[in-house]
Design a binder for this molecule. Structure first.
Ligand code: PHE
Length: 454
């Protein structure tokens, strides 16, 4: 039985396969759509600097934390808490991970559907009016369905034959497209104004909110706090080095985010547009920019294809979390699980799809100071719940499962992690997981709910 379930669960075929798949999860709309507009809103290079600090000091230790939990247990997030320390209430953290990935998949796929719509219309040489396009259910709902079908097709093919193979094809393609767009953007007359905006820090803009935004962005972008790295860690052979693997993933994710800024800002400035348009920067400002540049139709097509690819390698990972749960705990087949979860994600995605104008009710509803179904769900799940889960994971490993147990797992494949000396990597990492991460995250959560306090 165990042979069969290992086959059905799957394993990465190679280290590079893991790195590409996990980077595929990390590199997504968060890097190319969210990161540039957040940078534009929050003080340019100063934000980038704070972001880098968050990735290095909080994101990376927690990424390795999740990988260790996953590999030690060989299970989905729920199973991982059960297997490493049976009978603690922390299993609930695993349940939250599964719910979170499912819910975010439902609205992430809506935005991904928009990118496909833009790619198709660029090929046809048509210019979309953003607000009309996203408010038209007869375009948006089929695009959502198409995107979820693509996602399910890859996931049902398995870890190695589906996810890993897709990442090996799509990630190099993505990088080539990124470089093509940067080359075009940087060679436009007037591009340097964008570069200097992007690289010149304005530290006067840094305040608590900016730090919070940077930390939230780090969790979103690194795919940390979703149980995703637990799941991907569970497919990792015991002799693979998860420290260097994790560093590679964080590095790739950061590089693509920074390159995202080099795609966007030079072009935006070259045509005298404003860099702080917020979430519509990608869908409104950039198409207007593309329209004005030579060979803009081709550039627009490549750009939106690139966004669709980035979204696809992320959505497959979001789908994989509930699928791995069903596979481990409910013993269904991989393909049944993939299609059922994707089907439900479509249904749950409908209100999000209708919340950009398609339905007055979903567009105008309000909660937590956010307007519209998608924004409300994004805040509740994609922002707050991720941070809560990260806190629970670091407390669990730091204080319940204990860093020693994790260090033992991490050192398999990375012996130098717990090498000689008092200040080896393992002791620094343990200190972060036990103290630094929980304290910083608690503080950030507190500030989210009580912005005016302390
Ligand atoms: N990291 C992805 C992005 O940057 C989003 C994501 C989060 C994907 C969690 C999978 C799991 O867009």
């Amino acid at each position: 039985m165990s042979m069969q379930s290992t086959d059905e669960r799957g394993q990465w075929g190679s280290k590079i396969g893991f790195i590409l798949a996990a980077s595929g999860s990390a590199v997504g709309l968060g890097n190319i759509w969210r990161f540039p507009y957040m940078t534009g809103e929050n003080g340019g290079a100063a934000f980038v600097f704070i972001y880098l600090v968050c990735v290095l000091l909080i994101g990376l230790p927690l990424l390795i934390n999740e990988l260790a939990l996953g590999r030690a247990s060989g299970k989905n997030p729920v199973g991982a808490f059960k297997a490493t320390m049976p009978g603690t209430p922390f299993v609930f953290t695993g349940v939250l991970c599964v719910i979170l990935c499912f819910v975010v998949l439902s609205y992430y796929s809506v935005i991904a559907g928009w990118t496909i719509g833009y790619a198709i219309s660029s090929v046809m040489g048509k210019q979309l009016v953003f607000s009309d396009f996203v408010a038209t259910p007869k375009y948006i709902l089929p695009l959502l369905a198409v995107f979820l079908v693509l996602t399910a097709l890859i996931v049902q093919a398995g870890v190695q034959k589906g996810i890993e193979r897709a990442a090996k094809i799509l990630m190099p393609l993505l990088l080539v497209f990124v470089l093509v767009i940067i080359a075009r953007s940087l060679t436009l007359p007037g591009a340097m104004a964008g570069v200097s905006y992007y690289l010149k820090p304005d530290f006067s803009k840094i305040n608590g909110d900016v730090v919070l935004a940077a930390l939230g962005q780090a969790f979103f972008s690194l795919s940390v706090g979703w149980g995703l790295m637990i799941t991907y860690g569970s497919y990792m052979p015991k002799n693979q080095n998860m420290v260097s693997g994790g560093v590679w993933v964080a590095f790739m994710d950061t590089i693509v985010a920074i390159l995202g800024g080099f795609m966007v800002f030079p072009a935006v400035f070259a045509f005298g547009m404003s860099p702080d348009a917020g979430p519509s920067l990608t869908f409104q400002t950039l198409p207007a920019v593309f329209e004005k540049m030579p060979a803009g139709g081709i550039v627009a097509t490549i750009f939106f294809l690139l966004l669709s690819i980035a979204a696809l390698t992320s959505s497959i990972s979001m789908l994989e979390v509930p699928v791995s749960y069903i596979l481990d705990e409910k013993k269904a087949s991989r393909s049944t699980a993939a299609w059922i979860v994707a089907g439900f994600a479509f249904l749950v995605g409908i209100p999000s799809a209708l919340s950009a104008g398609g339905s007055k009710f979903f567009t105008e509803m309000q909660l937590f100071g956010k307007t519209g179904f998608m924004d409300i769900v994004d805040f509740g799940f994609g922002t707050v719940l991720v941070v809560v889960i990260s806190l629970l994971c670091s407390v669990y490993v730091g204080w319940v499962w204990k860093p020693q147990a994790a260090v033992k797992e991490i050192s398999g494949g990375a012996p130098s992690f717990s090498g000689e000396g008092r200040f080896n990597l393992a002791s620094i990492w343990s200190f972060f997981v036990k103290y630094v991460c929980p304290i910083v995250i608690t503080y950030v959560l507190f500030k989210t709910f009580f912005p005016s306090a302390g």
